[in-house]
Design a protein around this ligand. Structure first.
Ligand code: MG
Length: 181
């Protein structure tokens, strides 16, 4: 199978770190679990949108990102089982070098630049399945849809939209009938 995999908030903790990073910078106390919307600025009404959205343009922010539990082990096992694993990400070009070198290739050393597809239009990509926390990337795609649970999509009715909700990488490993990582 060709398995398409989102990066932010699917294999690494980008938005959770973003919230912590903003709390540290501005002395706020927002909890990632309390996010109800894809727009992180809505969880920080005490700050300006510019203050929040400037943070992911800082290289040090990306250096603090870490993988989600089981993501690297499961993707590695999927490759070893003979599947093609491709990272499909809508990453911004400004911090792309540090994001690839110090996050993706650091924690997922079995992936190379040849395994990365950059696009904001994931529905144009062909694959058997897409694992993604963004509903907007799954709707309308010609692939099996695994919705990776994150606070912002918790209230979304995945079943009615023809998606399979997965809570963590253990459930994804089970979906593909892998041994537990
Ligand atoms: Mg994502």
């Amino acid at each position: 199978m060709t398995i398409l995999v989102d990066m932010d908030d699917t294999i690494v903790n980008s938005t959770a770190r973003w919230v912590d990073y903003a709390n540290h910078r501005y002395g706020t106390a927002v909890r990632y679990d309390d996010l109800r919307d894809w727009n992180v600025a809505l969880a920080f009404p005490m700050l300006t949108k510019e203050q929040i959205y400037a943070l992911p343009y800082e290289e040090d922010f990306w250096r603090s990102i870490t993988p989600l539990p089981g993501a690297a082990e499961t993707l590695s096992a999927l490759k070893e089982a003979g599947h093609r694993v491709l990272i499909v990400t809508n990453s911004h070009y400004v911090c792309l070098k540090v994001k690839m070198e110090e996050v993706l290739f650091r924690y997922f050393p079995f992936l190379t630049w040849d395994d990365v597809i950059l696009t904001s239009q994931k529905q144009l990509i062909r694959g058997d399945v897409l694992i993604d926390d963004g509903v907007q990337n799954l709707v309308g795609g010609d692939y099996e849809k695994l919705l990776f649970t994150q606070p912002h999509n918790r209230s979304f009715d995945a079943v009615s939209a023809g998606m399979t909700r997965v809570a963590d990488w253990r459930e994804i490993a089970a979906y593909f009938h892998l041994q537990e990582p």
